[in-house]
Design a protein around this ligand. Structure first.
Ligand SMILES: Cc1cc2nc3c(=O)[nH]c(=O)nc-3n(C[C@H](O)[C@H](O)[C@H](O)COP(=O)(O)OP(=O)(O)OC[C@H]3O[C@@H](n4cnc5c(N)ncnc54)[C@H](O)[C@@H]3O)c2cc1C
Ligand SMILES: *[C@@H]1O[C@H](CO)[C@@H](O)[C@H](O)[C@H]1NC(C)=O
Ligand SMILES: *[C@@H]1O[C@H](CO)[C@@H](O)[C@H](O)[C@H]1NC(C)=O
Ligand SMILES: *[C@@H]1O[C@H](CO)[C@@H](O)[C@H](O)[C@H]1NC(C)=O
Ligand SMILES: *[C@@H]1O[C@H](CO)[C@@H](O)[C@H](O)[C@H]1NC(C)=O
Ligand SMILES: *[C@@H]1O[C@H](CO)[C@@H](O)[C@H](O)[C@H]1NC(C)=O
Ligand SMILES: *[C@@H]1O[C@H](CO)[C@@H](O)[C@H](O)[C@H]1NC(C)=O
Ligand SMILES: *[C@@H]1O[C@H](CO)[C@@H](O)[C@H](O)[C@H]1NC(C)=O
Ligand SMILES: *[C@@H]1O[C@H](CO)[C@@H](O)[C@H](O)[C@H]1NC(C)=O
Length: 570
């Protein structure tokens, strides 16, 4: 009893009384804690140390912890260390009830955010297991089945749909699964395929870590455009794009084996030769759906030189159309040549990489764009970097997507066919001009596997990935203290932007689940296309008691289960 008395008050406040977590006695929590070797922890909001009220009750401000949080509020590496932090902070809060605990992102030391304000639990689970073994996960499934307490799985908290949070759930934090192993002769268990160079990582390992580890082994890991995205969690299971994907494929194309505890309680090895249906589902079906991944093994490439172009210019009403025309006219050629990269908002321009061309070929390929930059107060440099890690360190770390604010995105995969007719190109250019006028410069990851030699049927991501050139997107941010109507207005704008403007460009295409729009109308088709029906069968097979559920995931039970997402129609 004494073990939990310090935190129980959280759940005895009015309003929380009907939540399933209350049906659990102290003794049951204690038993769970014992079963998981003392790795059950109570969670409080990330920014609580800065507040003098918690759930309306008086608490003491912790000046030292608060100062560290204020100083590092927008640091992804700092947020990574905390179970309670999300990268997109609205998912720390319960948006619909305006319950949360945020600082002012633009000025984290502002006292306006903390004075007279109660820090509330929001979507942060009251308890979580700091996962260390498969048996921790087995215990969590058993507990959830017995008590009805829902589960949520958090790795790094990057998810743009908020799928790593659920109010009043038992959280499973995979962050501390930190093993890394290089094997020059990896063969998946029970397979007799040729040995390949591969890296196996525990589920908590992030991109920065695996890039350094691969480089130390003379290899390249094909991964995300940020330091702290997880390697084995949502990134992988949702698809996993890289600016090297045009040549080397998506994360799901390169994974060789996954170790996972499925909701039926079994620790399984999934690869092409055993649990092959599950392996297929994990290659695109999305995180948080088929079980809890413990580790994953990925094909790596040899270290190779990479050509890089860094181009910026000053957009004006007079030059934007020419800029978009160059991008649209040339993208099919660039894709075939193996270029990948990002078309950026600020500064306007591109950073593209190419692992296949020589420096002189790269220079010839980019000549028109370089001339454009020079004529428009811009800069353009093309150079050879010795490998991926030096490129990542010098170019990406300074431009990775911001974190620590309330942000959502909307996106659609843009099919190659659109770029191949005069009519399609002019529609796309008109759209880009329109999108820029309404929402600012578009953000476009050019990271589809367009010239990767795909074996059809091996992954469950939407087939739209295979013939698309761009992920056309825009990000939308709102202030920390926005009212519910203000938040709803932004979410509604993003929804309309996607469903009226982007879908008009490519009605039959799809979107990347990890960078999708929160209220996607037809998520089954949009994220998985023709793969959805089989994914649902596999979900039912491995999660027969429906222990895992997340927002717009395969087998999603609907919005009623997730009351923190505002009702846009309200
Ligand atoms: C700054 C930033 C940069 C990004 N850059 C890229 C990029 O370059 N390329 C790209 O493809 N995507 C990118 N993304 C999107 C990214 O792929 C998604 O946010 C993805 O969901 C992150 O997965 P995670 O495991 O790190 O995060 P989390 O938010 O912790 O988890 C995401 C989902 O996976 C589930 N999950 C996590 N771990 C496990 C596990 N061990 N077992 C089962 N389920 C699990 C969670 O329950 C949740 O549903 C970026 C996102 C951000 C915020
Ligand atoms: C679980 O047990 C450990 C070890 O005894 C203890 O430190 C921890 O506080 C317990 N968890 C909770 C939620 O009380
Ligand atoms: C805190 O007080 C406000 C105002 O009285 C109330 O609406 C809210 O429900 C309370 N919050 C909690 C967690 O009890
Ligand atoms: C947080 O910020 C402070 C001040 O900038 C810095 O000294 C400290 O190292 C940071 N802490 C972490 C864990 O990043
Ligand atoms: C792009 O291609 C179109 C033909 O489809 C052509 O009219 C236009 O001049 C080209 N734009 C640029 C900037 O080269
Ligand atoms: C030229 O570019 C610089 C740097 O991007 C910018 O600050 C400046 O305003 C630009 N000048 C003009 C005339 O556009
Ligand atoms: C890319 O170019 C811009 C504009 O010249 C410059 O500010 C930036 O530092 C460059 N990036 C790198 C990594 O050199
Ligand atoms: C952009 O297109 C939408 C319709 O698709 C239209 O309502 C809007 O006015 C256009 N915006 C601009 C700036 O042209
Ligand atoms: C949010 O805070 C800012 C000051 O930081 C203030 O100007 C603004 O009016 C506040 N917005 C709301 C909705 O309270």
């Amino acid at each position: 009893m004494a073990l939990f008395s310090g935190i129980l008050f959280v759940f005895l406040l009015p309003g929380a009384l009907s939540t399933p977590i209350l049906k659990v006695s102290d003794a049951q929590w204690h038993t769970l804690n014992t079963t998981v070797g003392g790795r059950l922890h109570a969670a409080t909001p990330f920014s609580l140390p800065c507040f003098s009220k918690y759930n309306n009750l008086t608490v003491s401000v912790d000046e030292a912890s608060c100062a560290a949080i204020q100083a590092n509020y927008t640091s992804p590496t700092f947020r990574l260390q905390s179970f309670s932090a999300n990268m997109n902070v609205e998912f720390e809060t319960c948006m619909s009830t305006q319950s949360g605990c945020l600082l002012d992102t633009t000025n984290p030391r502002s006292l306006l955010a903390t004075d007279e304000t109660s820090c509330n639990q929001g979507e942060i689970p009251p308890y979580y297991i700091d996962v260390s073994t498969a048996s921790d996960i087995q215990a969590a499934f058993k507990f959830s089945g017995a008590t009805g307490v829902p589960l949520s799985i958090k790795n790094t908290g990057h998810d743009y749909l908020g799928r790593s949070r659920r109010r009043d759930s038992l959280g499973l934090w995979t962050h501390n699964l930190q093993t890394m192993n290089y094997d020059a002769q990896f063969v998946p268990e029970q397979c007799d395929s040729a040995p390949r160079k591969a890296i196996t990582v525990g589920a908590g390992v992030t991109t920065q870590q695996v890039y350094e580890f691969a480089d130390a082994n003379n290899a390249i890991f094909i991964g995300a455009y940020a330091q702290t995205v997880g390697v084995s969690g949502g990134w992988l299971m949702g698809g996993g794009h890289s600016v090297l994907s045009p040549s080397f494929g998506l994360g799901v194309d390169r994974v060789l084996e996954i170790k996972i505890v499925t909701p039926d309680g079994k620790l399984r090895t999934a690869n092409a030769c055993q649990n092959a249906d599950l392996f297929w589902a994990l290659r695109g079906g999305g995180g948080g759906t088929f079980g809890v991944v413990i580790e994953s093994t990925h094909l790596v490439e040899d270290r190779i030189p990479i050509q890089v172009i860094n181009m910026t210019f000053t957009p004006t009403a007079a030059n934007l159309q020419e800029y978009f025309e160059i991008l649209v006219n040339t993208s099919a050629k660039w894709g075939a040549q193996g270029w990948g990269g990002h078309i950026n908002r600020v500064p306007a321009g591109i950073i593209y990489v190419n692992p296949r061309l020589s420096l002189s070929e790269a220079t010839a390929s980019m000549a028109q764009l370089v001339a454009f930059a020079q004529a428009n107060n811009g800069t353009a440099t093309i150079e050879t970097l010795s490998s991926w890690l030096p490129f990542f360190t010098r170019f990406i770390v300074q431009v990775q997507a911001p974190v620590g604010n309330s942000m959502v995105i909307g996106s659609r995969l843009m099919p190659q066919a659109l770029f191949q007719t005069t009519e399609g190109r002019s529609r796309l250019v008109a759209h880009l001009l329109n999108q820029t006028a309404e929402f600012g410069m578009p953000y476009i990851p050019v990271s589809t596997p367009i010239s990767f030699n795909y074996t059809p049927g091996t992954t469950s991501v939407t087939p739209a990935w295979r013939n698309s050139l761009w992920e056309l997107s825009s990000g939308f941010v709102w202030p920390y203290n926005s009212t519910l109507p203000q938040i709803r207005a932004v979410l509604g704008t993003v929804h309309d932007f996607v469903h009226e403007q982007l879908t008009a460009l490519a009605p039959d295409s799809g979107a990347y689940i990890n960078e999708g729009e929160v209220y996607e109308s037809n998520h089954e088709y949009t994220y998985w296309g023709t793969n959805y029906a089989r994914l649902l069968e596999i979900k039912k097979k491995y999660d027969p008691n429906e222990l895992l559920d997340c927002w717009k995931c395969v087998g999603w039970k609907g919005a009623a289960q997730f009351p923190c997402y505002p009702d846009l129609a309200a």
